[in-house]
Design a protein around this ligand. Structure first.
Ligand SMILES: *Cc1c(COP(=O)(O)O)cnc(C)c1O
Length: 366
């Protein structure tokens, strides 16, 4: 059995013809940037998430940068975030000139531990960027209350959580901004790079619109220094097709996760914990494993691919040395980085494959 950690070709096989038609239409139209597909996609996504405004851009990373800039975060400001995430979350903070401040995670959910945020606040704290890691909403309602209390801006990194909900409300719609990524392997992915910011504030939306297009809305009128960060029409057209089936795609992930939950049964392996009142969209299915080195060997003996998301707390990345100004030692983040193993999960994974993988995991002798 040949299983990939993520297999986009399978999705193409079921969606291919439709996508090709849509892409060809864009090519024929001669309108490749800032056209009708982009506007339609923004409408569709704001409707899907039940928020007022959506502004497309070039990547999830740019969505974070644009949000920070739109909220006036920059030099001299601190931004609280999690060290257990993809590098881009922290990178965006540094790119706007601010300083990241790390708070440890809850080892069960891998999300930022909201109970530890208050003690990380300082007079310089301007914003918090929690991440809904692996598709499970963090305690965003509690974090939102903290932000209101201390007058701090809230930016949700939803790169892995498209469609996820807390108390029936979509991630991305709690904060001042929600940031989406359409990187191909994300739950809602395009055929290249793409991203979006969503917000309920007209002022924020207008700033984002300007920032993504060289600081202006009207041609040759530039009101701020912005970016070239527009989503192109081909990607928008692809996403307009994929948004039609996003519920089916996310439901498949949930079904696979449930099957893994039921089948994996091993004394030394912990399956993912799910909070109450959340709709978890399983961007990743991540196990906690004792003796990871041996486990990886065991999996590779049957050619089952695994992923390590993430091998290091972000503050240990060498690029950060001169940007964080203090030594961190956050024990839960460190432990999880040492023990986490993600196994294949994507909508097209078959029942046989899930059973095969689970079976082999259960045979692991530590
Ligand atoms: C993928 C990802 C990003 C960056 O998104 P890109 O579209 O690749 O720029 C940011 N944060 C998290 C948590 C991600 O997983």
């Amino acid at each position: 059995m040949k299983i990939k950690l993520f297999d986009l070709k399978r999705q193409y096989r079921t969606l291919g013809l439709n996508l090709e038609k849509k892409v060809t239409n864009v090519l024929k139209s001669g309108q490749y940037i800032m056209g009708k597909n982009g506007v339609d996609l923004e409408k569709k996504i704001s409707k899907y998430l039940s928020c007022k405004y959506a502004v497309s851009c070039n990547s999830g990373t740019d969505a974070l940068v644009i949000s920070l800039r739109a909220l006036g975060v920059g030099k001299g400001d601190e931004v609280i975030t999690t060290p257990f995430t993809y590098f881009a979350t922290t990178e965006a903070i540094i790119l706007v000139g601010a300083k990241p401040v790390f708070v440890d995670i809850d080892p069960r959910t891998f999300n930022i531990d909201e109970r530890q945020i208050e003690k990380a606040l300082s007079s310089k704290t301007k914003a918090i960027i929690p991440v809904h890691i692996f598709g499970q909403p963090c305690k965003i309602d509690t974090i939102k209350k903290l932000c209101s209390k201390y007058k701090i801006k809230l930016i949700e990194d939803c790169a892995q959580s498209f469609g996820a909900k807390l108390n029936n409300k979509h991630t991305g719609t709690f904060g001042d901004f929600g940031c989406l990524s359409f990187f191909p392997t994300k739950n809602l992915g395009c055929a290249g790079d793409g991203g979006m910011v969503v917000t309920n504030s007209a002022v924020n939306a207008k700033k984002a619109l300007m920032l993504r297009n060289h600081g202006g809305i009207v041609r040759n009128v530039h009101k701020m220094i912005g970016y070239n960060s527009r989503l192109d029409e081909i990607q928008a057209a692809v996403l307009l097709e994929k948004i039609k089936i996003i519920n089916r795609l996310n439901n498949s992930r949930k079904k696979i996760a449930k099957k893994y939950d039921d089948l994996i049964n091993h004394q030394n392996i912990t399956t993912p914990y799910r909070e109450n009142h959340v709709d978890h969209v399983y961007h990743q299915y991540t196990l906690i494993v004792k003796n990871r080195v041996k486990f990886i060997k065991h999996m590779s003996s049957k050619h089952i691919p695994i992923g390590i998301y993430y091998p290091l707390p972000i503050y240990e990345q060498s690029a950060l040395k001169k940007h964080i100004g203090k030594k961190y030692n956050l024990s839960h983040s460190k432990n999880i980085c040492n023990q986490c193993v993600s196994i294949p999960i994507y909508p097209e994974l078959t029942n046989d494959e899930v059973e095969f993988i689970s079976d082999h995991i259960n045979k692991f002798s530590i």
